[in-house]
Design a protein around this ligand. Structure first.
Ligand code: MF3
Ligand code: CO
Length: 256
């Protein structure tokens, strides 16, 4: 699929989708507490998304059975919500959600701590978030995709963390996953030149330990091979003339 440049009308719809997704994350994040099941998180998230007139894009996507991916501790991404999985103090939980508004997608993820968490876990969450912001410093027309990827990797590796290789960010728009791929690690090729009107889901997935991951038998849940903690942070970003506009984080328009 070719990379698409979004029209002003499409950008407006993606701004609205992003705003709704940002609110969804804010509201859902406040509900998290010890004793809650990951199934309950999904139920609430689904309800919030629909209350804004959006469709949860993950539900039934390639057979994924829920609206919110809930990944706890050593789960990297795509955790399947379950009534049996109960949050406890000290857990870290990444919530990944996608919405469709009038045919246009937004995709974003946040990692939260439950109650008091270890300083190491807190640091992993903060560094993963900062990886995103380090990457988007390069999200400007004329730069190359690899500039974003290399900045994310370099920042994570300063802390000795493992940058997941088996999953990448992506273009987004009328589809959840569009070209180009947006890796969180450098490649020799510079990759595509960034242009005004491109929309990308940039999503560092960072392990406290080694970068290797494996898939559980449910065919979805990705876990760290060494059992170390993993965090995820993602936003939908528009490349503008002046720099990035973070669509799923309203109030952050313009150069960051
Ligand atoms: N943010 C994830 C991604 O881009 C969400 C997809 S999960 C699925 O791959 F459940 F929808 F598959
Ligand atoms: Co994504």
């Amino acid at each position: 699929m070719a990379v698409t440049i979004k029209s002003e009308r499409e950008i407006e719809l993606m701004r609205e989708a992003g705003k709704i997704l940002a609110r969804t994350h804010e509201e859902l994040g406040k509900e998290l507490k010890e004793g809650m099941s990951t199934w309950e998180i999904n139920r609430l998230g689904d309800e919030i998304i629909r209350s804004y007139g959006c469709i949860p894009s993950f539900k039934n996507y390639n057979g994924y059975p829920a609206s919110i991916c809930v990944s706890v501790n050593d789960e990297v991404v795509h955790g399947i919500p379950s009534k049996k999985r109960i949050l406890k103090e000290g857990d870290i939980v990444s919530l990944d959600a996608g919405v469709i508004y009038k045919g246009y997608h937004s995709d974003a993820a946040r990692t939260h701590g439950i109650g008091r968490i270890s300083p190491q876990a807190e640091k992993l969450i903060q560094v993963t978030k900062q990886c995103f912001f380090e990457g988007i410093k390069y999200a400007k027309p004329g730069n190359h995709l690899n500039d974003i990827s290399a900045a994310i990797q370099a920042y994570a590796e300063k802390f000795g963390y493992g940058v997941v290789r088996d999953l990448v960010g992506h273009g987004i728009g009328e589809h959840l996953h569009e070209d180009p791929e947006v890796p969180n690690f450098a490649r020799r090729r510079k990759g595509m030149k960034l242009r005004t009107g491109m929309t990308l889901a940039i999503e560092p997935m960072i392990n406290e330990g080694r970068l290797d991951v494996c898939w559980l038998d449910d065919d979805w849940t990705v876990v760290t091979e060494d059992g170390s903690l993993s965090a995820h942070y993602e936003n939908t970003v528009l490349i503008c003339e002046e720099g990035p506009e973070i669509l799923s984080l309203p109030g952050c328009a313009g150069v960051v």
